[in-house]
Design a protein around this ligand. Structure first.
Ligand code: GLC
Ligand code: GLC
Length: 815
């Protein structure tokens, strides 16, 4: 069942009914001001940090769900009936409801009683505010007497405190009202230099800033008393819960459309110019007034919206494919690329499932997210890489998370997730291949944010690899530490305390438990280092890491890593196998199959194919590939959090979508384009649109998990939007299956396509040069013959033009 449709030319997903199985979200803003917005206008906004600078309130896990938002009420003053054009929060039925989620904007519209209301929400480029651009059209043939209310509920900045510290919060709330602008200034009188504002373009008939005055005691946002009565109370908040409400009254002639613009913004003042007059506690509005004025009266709204569109044209224009598969085209050209930018901006901080008060940016998360957006924002990728590297420990280890506001490692979460540093190598090499910026390797970067410890970035990469080599266990395989990519495989934890964090508690010295997945990841990272070092003529490094990689591969392929039909997953604290036919549960895992093969194991002796056949047999389902089988059915002290989840959920045998593309990539390495693409389609959100009642999450973006076959809700997606799934699926489809990958000296074209495809075309911009690519199938194999600008070339790389041309034509024949 579908709840909407893709409008590809407009790059929108159009939702046709408000009561989707879960709220279907979009994001606003991509610089400093961000907002989440659902298809019923739920969500919230924040400046840079979803915890510390929360602008509006959202009630997580509320009933009904998705509550708190950018709510507009329309009141028909003749019938005295009122409703929400976005359906929530009033939830009276509306006609012709549509929600168009687009690139950085959302438009929600509906009609009732002959009044059509439509609101376009977006963040103007370069500003720290959002615009609600509302139009109301009277579709009756008589005049309509209408009141329109725009409303927000302010958060008192620190979202964690806002939900808990009521003995203080109920006393601190303060606002100022000036004309049609409401200023929220809680704590501005003391140490905060920032405030929020909610402004309206129309002359208002009234306002409210005290929540209970607007709603009425014991009433909710679904039936505010002021709306029911058609009269705001002009309340001024002192303590309790400040809100911003503007009432606009209008008599619309038959057919008339009225446009009303609301601005919700965030502003800062220099500390020595906070107050006007100085010495008072009144906000100095000299800087913010002209900004508000420009958008409310200066006609800047349409231009700002057009500019948002131009920016996305530019970003999405960098890479465009035209394949025989619609879902692939819309994901690669629009939604997957878009999700990559959102995950880069927000990491795992704020979504319907991530409350925004938890973690900073994950080291492994951000380095993997980079793989999906580096071609769209290379400068920001560079900055991110250097920031992350500066938190690296001098032994090569990594803080598991870093705080974007302070750019320092997070002490509370600490380090010793032994896979973390290896992802830095993959990220940096991907960055250099994309940009050709070898200079980044010479950038002097500190360790652990400590001045005086500066070393070139290349040294950080060596230490990342050495970190693994310095920590080998009884089988000469990498020690796992707190966990590897699978955060819930906590083999040294041995937690018996309920509520204790599996990620930060360790009770064993960690000298035995090993990870075959890290071994594979090490081989992949070492291969990248070897390639990079060859470009730098550093034979010392090529030899060292080439040799270490060969030795590690041999161990993975030996009985220490190979179980007979697949790769073993790990060894526990007692040296027992995890992910082996000998185990009762958890006999086979996805991660070590993917990473051993990507690292190069089993490619010339049939083990890779054998392992992938086992994946197909034991782990693949119609809804994607599960993490492990059989699922753990009870808690195992020696396994940790993985065994806390009921079978089929999260790390315990769900389809953890992030790990599926590793198998797709591995399938292309053994030349099986059919199976790689089949797996791609199983979790591809667009391809799951028709089973919306099963999938339930948004069909335009990836979710972290889809419930596995052991779960009663098999096929149901959860934790959508902020997941490494976005970057990795993008890598799998564009680089492994379509086979277009940046190389140090040009663009490498090595497709491994489904047999039924006769080819595809694409255009890819690399370092300012546009490569127009035509791939044609002439046989059923995967060998490639390249013709570049009419001339056959050896190998699979179309070189960067040396004569300054910015256009290259590639014809690749696959046979
Ligand atoms: C979450 C974490 C990520 C981890 C994954 C698997 O997505 O953000 O770091 O690798 O779960 O446990
Ligand atoms: C939980 C989640 C896992 C996540 C971890 C760290 O264990 O299951 O996916 O990576 O928390 O926050």
């Amino acid at each position: 069942m579908r709840y909407g449709y893709f409008d590809d030319p407009a790059r929108e997903y159009v939702i046709e009914r408000p009561d989707t199985p879960l709220p279907w979200f979009n994001y606003l803003g991509s610089e400093g001001y961000f907002g989440l917005i659902s298809n019923t206008a739920g969500g919230y906004s924040f400046y840079k940090d979803a915890r510390l600078r929360r602008i509006t309130r959202y009630r997580y896990n509320n009933v009904p769900f998705d509550f708190g938002g950018r709510y507009i009420y329309v009141r028909d003053n003749d019938s005295q009936e009122f409703w929400s054009p976005s359906w929530q929060p009033v939830r009276t039925p509306v006609d012709d409801y549509t929600c168009r989620h687009g690139m950085g904007y959302t438009i929600i519209g509906s009609s009732r009683a002959g009044l059509r209301t439509e609101t376009r929400y977006f963040v103007p480029p370069g500003e720290t505010m959002e615009i609600w651009d509302v139009t109301v059209t009277n579709q009756r043939d008589t005049a309509a007497d209408v009141s329109l209310f725009g409303s927000v509920e302010f958060a008192l900045w620190d979202a964690q405190d806002d939900m808990t510290n009521f003995q203080r919060n109920f006393n601190t709330g303060e606002v100022e009202v000036e004309g049609s602008t409401i200023y929220h200034k809680t704590e501005y009188r003391e140490r905060r230099d920032h405030f929020a504002y909610f402004a309206c373009s129309a002359d208002t008939a009234g306002f409210d800033t005290q929540r209970e005055a607007f709603l009425g005691a014991y009433r909710g946002w679904d039936s505010p008393r002021a709306v029911a009565e058609g009269r705001a109370t002009n309340s001024v908040a002192h303590g309790w819960s400040p809100v911003g409400v503007h009432q606009v009254d209008a008599v619309l002639a038959a057919g008339e459309t009225r446009r009303i613009v609301f601005l919700l913004g965030y502003a800062e003042n220099p500390r020595d110019a906070k107050f006007d007059p100085p010495g008072s506690t009144t906000i100095n509005k000299r800087r913010v007034r002209p900004v508000i004025d420009r958008y409310l009266n200066g006609g800047a709204v349409d231009e700002a919206f057009a500019e948002t569109g131009r920016r996305w044209d530019e970003l999405l224009g960098l890479f465009h494919v035209d394949t025989p598969d619609h879902d692939t085209n819309r994901m690669v050209n629009i939604w997957n690329a878009y999700q990559n930018m959102v995950t880069f901006n927000l990491s795992r901080s704020a979504s319907f499932f991530e409350s925004g008060v938890g973690r900073g940016l994950g080291f492994r998360d951000s380095t993997q997210d980079l793989l999906g957006f580096v071609h769209m924002a290379p400068e920001r990728a560079r900055e991110r890489v250097l920031d992350l590297a500066a938190t690296q420990l001098s032994d090569g280890g990594a803080y598991h998370q870093y705080q974007p506001l302070t750019k320092r490692g997070n002490d509370a979460v600490g380090s010793n997730f032994n896979d973390d540093p290896l992802w830095l190598v993959l990220a940096v090499v991907a960055y250099v291949r994309e940009t050709g910026d070898f200079g980044i390797l010479d950038e002097m970067v500190v360790y652990e944010n400590t001045p005086g410890t500066e070393r070139p970035l290349l040294d950080h990469l060596e230490r990342s690899l050495n970190f693994t080599l310095d920590r080998l266990g009884p089988h000469q395989l990498p020690l796992i530490g707190r966990a590897d990519w699978n955060d819930c495989l906590n083999l040294n934890c041995f937690s018996e305390e309920s509520g204790e964090s599996f990620q930060t508690t360790t009770s064993q010295d960690g000298k035995v438990a090993e990870s075959v997945m890290i071994a594979g990841l090490f081989c992949a990272a070492a291969a990248e280092m070897v390639d990079l070092a060859a470009q730098l003529d550093r034979t010392d490094l090529t030899e060292k890491y080439g040799g270490e990689r060969a030795a590690m591969l041999a161990r993975i392929e030996s009985p220490a890593g190979w179980d007979g039909e697949w790769f073993i997953r790990a060894y526990d604290h007692f040296g027992n196998k995890i992910g082996s036919a000998d185990c009762e549960e958890g006999k086979i895992f996805i991660e070590s199959q993917g990473w051993s093969i990507i690292g190069g194991a089993g490619l010339d002796n049939g083990k890779a194919e054998r392992a992938l056949a086992s994946v197909a047999e034991h782990l693949a389902t119609d809804h994607g590939i599960v993490v492990n089988q059989p699922a753990y059915t009870s808690y195992h002290l020696e396994l940790g959090e993985i065994s806390t989840y009921p079978p089929g959920y999260k790390e315990n045998a769900s389809i953890f979508c992030h790990s599926n593309p590793w198998i797709m990539v591995a399938e292309t390495l053994v030349g099986n384009g059919d199976r790689a693409f089949d797996y791609y389609k199983r979790i591809c959100p667009a391809a799951r649109e028709d089973i919306g009642e099963v999938h339930r999450a948004e069909p335009y973006i990836y979710a972290q998990t889809i419930a596995g076959k052991d779960a009663p809700t098999h096929g149901e997606a959860k934790n959508s939007w902020l997941t490494g799934t976005a970057a990795w699926n993008y890598v799998a489809i564009t680089q492994a299956i379509l086979g277009i990958r940046p190389a140090f000296n040009g663009l490498d074209i090595r497709p491994v396509l489904p047999k039924a495809w006769d080819g595809y075309t694409a255009s890819r911009k690399l370092r300012g040069v546009t490569f127009d690519i035509t791939v044609k199938r002439a046989g059923t194999g995967n060998s490639v013959a390249l013709v570049v600008d009419g001339t056959p070339v050896d190998g699979s790389v179309a070189p960067m033009p040396e004569d300054g041309r910015d256009q290259v034509t590639i014809v690749a024949t696959v046979s």
